[in-house]
Design a protein around this ligand. Structure first.
Ligand code: S3P
Ligand code: PEP
Length: 421
């Protein structure tokens, strides 16, 4: 899908959909609980559908009734030979569910699309090898067989927190206690905190001391009705857009959320925007913007949209601890660099950093942007297009369906002009 984005002055109110991270977690916990849980507030997207279909393949019964998901959990005693889990392009789904699926003790094949099978998996390969379990990774699938056991796990903290979350979902179900120690640097830690928060909701106890988690065994997930809060990673696109040009009120944002991407509020304020919070509404207002140093260690998903913000902030913005952006749906550093350069942005990078020298306006004509098959690149470059001087075209805009299928509908609601071409 190709979309044409016209420079537009946006205004009004936008309601942000459910947190993808929290929706994955709620669906997994409910799917492992005995009994029936009702999950409300979840917006379907390709990633969320991937988790639903994988949990169904592992024996959970999940039904959409009006706006709710009704989940009947599985005890993972699946009688099907060769279980197939299609993760689409969702890194969370694949990395959360490999250890969970191992507990079926059956052969489970994970398939996926796009870059998914190229994203790092060696942490699990090593763990499975150490326990003499089968973990076979080919170009287009991963096949596992055998159940992970209680252990003292030591995991590097700087590849992906999703491995840690995957183990945290699984280890409480083993008969005896396990521990997980995370080696420094421990990045994306806020996502592990989200996992702990959801596990607690479903009755699972985990003890934490520094970078070590102790997970008592023989635990049971308890069914629970959960409402899934709004997504700060998605709010960031609208918060940045308002900061760059106007004022927007953004609703469905829990002010007490533990999402690491809530850091966007501080970053917008540091850049000079006005941010006011009233209950679940955040109003962001444009002011003169200035460059800053931004640490992405704990909020990698904000990288693309903050690159757009930086393009318009006077002076040098330095991004540090950015290298995990290279192992997402695209190499997000390389993608942002090549697309922003089309607009004439002064951007350079090293393996772990990005530097942008921002200016007030960009007036190139006939810019054609490639979406790099990455939802966050498409959404970030849409925000750029709305703030530029002339219309632009984004190719591969359907990538938004990974996390936010209604993104362009929401842009239209706030009077952003966008059309398919
Ligand atoms: O646990 C999660 O929900 C996520 C963790 C982060 O990944 P890493 O831990 O690999 O940085 C983030 O980038 C991803 O979009 C969602
Ligand atoms: C990287 C992302 O998700 P995942 O790792 O689950 O594919 C994302 O949503 O930006």
């Amino acid at each position: 899908m190709k979309v044409k984005i016209y420079p537009s002055k946006v205004y009004g109110t936008v309601t942000i959909p459910s947190s993808k991270s929290m929706a994955h977690r709620a669906l997994i916990c409910a799917s492992l609980a005995k009994g029936c849980s009702t999950l409300s507030g979840i917006m379907p997207s390709k990633d969320i559908e991937a988790t639903i279909s994988c949990m169904q393949a592992l024996g959970a019964k999940i039904e959409k009734v009006e706006d709710n998901y009704i989940v009947h959990g599985t005890n993972l005693q699946v009688q099907v030979q060769n279980i197939l889990c299609d993760c689409h392009e969702s890194g969370s789904t694949l990395r959360f569910l490999i250890p969970v699926a191992s507990l079926t003790n059956q052969k489970v094949t994970f398939i996926g699309q796009g870059r998914l099978m190229k994203r790092p998996m060696d942490i699990y390969q090593t763990l499975f090898d150490q326990q003499n379990l089968s973990f076979i990774q080919e170009e287009d699938h991963i096949e596992i067989k055998g159940a992970l056991k209680e252990n003292h796990y030591t995991i590097p903290g700087n590849v992906s927190s999703q491995f840690i979350s995957g183990l945290l979902f699984t280890l409480p179900l083993l008969p005896k206690e396990s521990t997980i120690t995370i080696q420094e640097p421990f990045e994306s830690k806020s996502y592990v905190d989200l996992t702990l928060q959801m596990l607690k909701n479903f009755g699972i106890t985990i003890h934490q001391k520094g970078n070590t988690y102790s997970i008592p065994g023989s635990q049971h997930y308890q069914a629970k009705d959960v409402h899934v809060e709004g997504d700060y990673s998605q709010m960031a696109f609208f918060g940045a857009l308002a900061s760059l040009q106007s004022e927007l009120t953004i609703t469905n944002m829990d002010p007490d959320s533990m999402q690491g991407d809530k850091a966007i509020l501080q970053q917008l304020q540091n850049a000079g925007a006005k941010v006011s919070i009233k209950n679940d509404q955040i109003t962001v207002t444009h002011q003169l913007l200035q460059a800053q140093t931004i640490d992405l260690a704990n909020c990698p998903d904000l990288g693309p949209i903050l690159c757009v913000l930086a393009s318009f902030c006077k002076g040098y913005t330095h991004f540090i601890h950015a290298k995990r952006l290279r192992i997402k749906e695209s190499d997000r550093i390389e993608a942002m660099e090549s697309e922003l350069k089309k607009w004439g942005v002064d951007i350079s990078s090293t393996e772990d950093t990005i530097t942008i020298y921002g200016k007030e306006a960009y007036d190139r004509k006939d810019v054609i942007i490639d979406g790099h098959n990455d939802h966050r690149i498409v959404m970030a470059m849409s925000v750029f297009g709305l703030c530029a001087k002339h219309p632009s075209v984004i190719q591969g805009a359907e990538a938004i369906t990974k996390s936010y299928p209604t993104f362009f509908d929401d842009i239209l609601k706030i009077h952003g002009k966008v059309e398919t071409v």
